[in-house]
Design a protein around this ligand. Structure first.
Ligand SMILES: Nc1ncnc2c1ncn2[C@@H]1O[C@H](COP(=O)(O)OP(=O)(O)OP(=O)(O)O)[C@@H](O)[C@H]1O
Ligand SMILES: Nc1nc2c(c(=O)[nH]1)N[C@H]1C(S)=C(S)[C@@H](COP(=O)(O)O)O[C@H]1N2
Length: 178
């Protein structure tokens, strides 16, 4: 995987965005934020789907197993609303969970909104891919990614994925050893 261009999956889980009731600003915010962060070449594989557990699971599997994305970032469906099932779909397809991501994003998000604890966002590993959940609100994307992204390139290194390089004036990747 390391010689290939890094593929990054972006999944918006939203009944209304997927039905065209509103424009998917959150998926766009993920792409814009990653373009600001990354100086190494990458390619987005983007999907906007309904809040349906089977559909989210199938889409996660497609982006990891067929598209070979080293990282998949989801937005939406992490709260307590009855159709919010993105964390459950993520757990269902992951071999190993990475609970630190959700813990850190909720802690950082509390600096912006007192409702941060309503997000059940999580992260996990499927094969050699990292899946990270973000909340649905467009403004939450950068609030959460700024917190966890410094650890993501090293996480992908440890799974023999592509070497992600960042613009250090925007965000600094932390690699404890070379
Ligand atoms: N992908 C998105 N693009 C633009 N705005 C969004 C998006 N997701 C959420 N929002 C905004 O954040 C608000 C609260 O998010 P909420 O989680 O209820 O949205 P949602 O998951 O898209 O809802 P639903 O799936 O029921 O349509 C929405 O009413 C909308 O204004
Ligand atoms: N950084 C950040 N985290 C946030 C928010 C936010 O605006 N910014 N919104 C919260 C709210 S109001 C909800 S209901 C939950 C779940 O959102 P979701 O169901 O759209 O994923 O995320 C929470 N986490």
């Amino acid at each position: 995987m390391s010689e290939k261009i890094a593929k990054i999956g972006i999944i918006t889980a939203s009944d209304r965005a997927s039905a065209g009731i509103y424009e998917d600003l959150s998926g766009k915010a993920i792409i814009d934020t990653l373009n600001e962060y990354l100086t190494s070449p990458w390619e987005a594989v983007y999907k906007c789907i309904a809040d349906d557990k089977d559909t989210i699971e199938q889409t996660l599997k497609e982006l990891v197993d067929i598209e070979e994305c080293c990282l998949v970032v989801t937005t939406g469906g992490t709260g307590p609303a009855l159709r919010d099932v993105t964390p459950e779909a993520t757990e269902a397809v992951c071999d190993r969970m990475m609970p630190g991501f959700g813990e850190l994003m909720r802690a950082e998000s509390l600096k912006f909104v007192p409702t941060a604890i309503l997000s059940r966002q999580t992260a996990g590993l499927r094969g050699s891919s990292l899946i990270v959940n973000l909340p649905g609100k467009p403004k939450s994307i950068k609030e959460c990614l700024d917190a966890v992204f410094p650890a993501i390139p090293y996480c992908i290194d440890l799974m023999n994925g592509p070497y992600l390089e960042t613009n250090e004036e925007v965000i600094k990747a932390f690699r404890p050893k070379k």
